[in-house]
Design a binder for this molecule. Structure first.
Ligand SMILES: Cc1cc2nc3c(=O)[nH]c(=O)nc-3n(C[C@H](O)[C@H](O)[C@H](O)COP(=O)(O)OP(=O)(O)OC[C@H]3O[C@@H](n4cnc5c(N)ncnc54)[C@H](O)[C@@H]3O)c2cc1C
Length: 413
């Protein structure tokens, strides 16, 4: 199976064991004792602080932060594969919490690659000192998200958020929505148009924006169906002035952000797999205990067949995930296509796995206090994040048939 020792390096085994211990000791007991807490309407009161503190103590928060600031640098040859393993383990506990941490890892990598040394020192020192410190990646706007994922490279799909250089500050105006960690992050990587004459791919820049910057405002926490501990949020920028030094990448920020996006898709798939594994484990336990027709459920062939189906789907997702993550680590030319494939495949397969879990639990499968329905809600979120199914599929086909499928459809007459 996906997690068996024979497939793993020593570092991966260690990271898997650390994250599994954390989930079994901290996350699962928290959820079991606080089933209704994700519905707390004050988002700040949802996740108990000790969950991030314990993740921090286990070294699971600082993946991607350079070692010179006290972070954990993974072996480069297997880094995406290892991150996928850890994200899977975390999502087996709670995918919203996994999201919180995954965002931090990806943004830490982005900052360590592009930020000047003094900014790295300032932000990473704060990050390492504050276990509740989170980071967010602000790309999506009220209009045009899928056009940008594809991406269509024409001026009319440029970012609506703009950044204009005024002396030694950039002035940012605009609005970002659906942002993971958006409600409670302390640091935001923000994408804005810096050259309207150019298409988005060459006229978009990225900036580091601290939460306490004047003109920056978190305007809402989105109430999502699942992944609720991630506290997805909306942000507005009104003449928000950031120092010129906070510019991360000028003009071709989106092209440079591949180090965020590629592992990003792998990590969405990994979170799907983790949700599926959690649902599977709970279901296997249940069908060995629950009796109907005079025997435990697993002895009924229709039930056994569903368990086999769940296991097969999990194994298939694990295999494609390993393949895609390795392609990223090896800089394979197939990496982009495989990342989109695994993101789509995993999200759909795991919804089916969760449906089996709900059905095999009978009425308990629908009860909030039991927690099986939560796997389904969490799984559904992954159909939408990091690009929708249809847009991701279109990217796969565009890569395979660039001449026929790759053309911009153009605005409606
Ligand atoms: C839980 C969650 C977390 C997220 N986290 C972040 C984050 O951290 N940062 C961030 O920047 N964004 C984030 N997003 C935003 C996410 O990337 C977008 O929601 C997604 O890209 C879709 O954009 P949209 O919602 O504007 O839908 P639209 O682009 O309006 O799509 C609507 C429908 O139209 C279809 N469609 C669009 N274009 C085409 C086309 N050319 N051909 C066929 N069908 C098409 C889509 O597939 C979809 O079915 C998150 C979203 C969710 C749900």
């Amino acid at each position: 199976m996906y997690f068996e020792d024979q497939y793993l390096t020593d570092e991966q085994r260690m990271m898997r064991d650390t994250s599994r211990r954390y989930v079994d000791r901290v996350v699962i007991p928290f959820l079991a004792q606080n089933r209704m807490r994700e519905w707390e309407m004050d988002p700040a009161a949802r996740l108990a602080p000790h969950l991030l503190e314990e993740a921090d103590a286990a070294g699971l928060r600082s993946l991607g932060v350079p070692e010179r600031f006290g972070g954990v640098t993974l072996e480069a040859a297997t880094a995406s594969q290892t991150l996928a393993l850890v994200a899977t383990e975390l999502a087996r506990g709670d995918s919203g919490l996994a999201d919180k941490l995954v965002q931090n890892w990806k943004i830490a990598v982005l900052i360590s690659r592009f930020a000047p040394e003094d900014l790295q020192e300032y932000w990473f020192t704060r990050y390492m000192a504050e276990p509740q410190f989170l980071m967010a990646h602000c790309l999506t706007e009220p209009a045009g998200a899928s056009d940008r994922w594809l991406p269509y490279s024409v001026p009319e799909v440029n970012m609506n958020t703009t950044a204009v250089l005024d002396g030694d500050t950039w002035v940012i105006n605009g609005r970002k929505q659906f942002i993971s960690n958006g409600y409670d992050a302390s640091l935001y990587v923000v994408y804005a148009n810096t050259n309207d004459a150019l298409p988005m791919s060459t006229g978009t820049s990225s900036f580091i924006v601290g939460r306490d910057t004047p003109g920056f405002e978190v305007t809402r926490c989105n109430e999502t169906i699942g992944g609720r501990y991630m506290n997805n949020g909306e942000i507005t920028f009104t003449d928000c002035r950031v120092p010129a030094a906070n510019l991360l990448v000028r003009d071709d920020a989106l092209a440079q952000a591949g180090i965020y996006f590629r592992p990003g898709k792998v990590l969405v798939a990994a979170k799907s797999l983790g949700i599926g594994l959690g649902a599977y484990e709970e279901t296997v336990k249940f069908v060995h205990e629950r009796v109907q027709g005079g025997r435990v459920l697993i002895k009924h062939q229709a039930v056994a067949s569903r368990i086999a189906d769940m296991a097969t789907r999990l194994e298939a997702v694990g295999a494609l995930l390993r393949h895609a993550a390795r392609a990223v680590d090896e800089y394979s030319p197939d990496a982009d296509v495989l990342c989109n494939m695994v993101k789509v495949f995993a999200s759909h397969e795991i919804v089916t796995v969760c449906q089996h879990a709900m059905e095999l639990h009978g009425g308990y499968g629908a009860m909030l206090e039991v927690g099986i329905e939560k796997y389904m809600r969490d799984a559904l979120i992954n159909l939408h994040s990091d690009g929708t199914t249809d847009v991701s599929n279109f990217k796969i086909v565009k890569a395979m048939f660039p001449e026929s499928a790759g053309r911009y459809a153009g605005p409606e007459e």
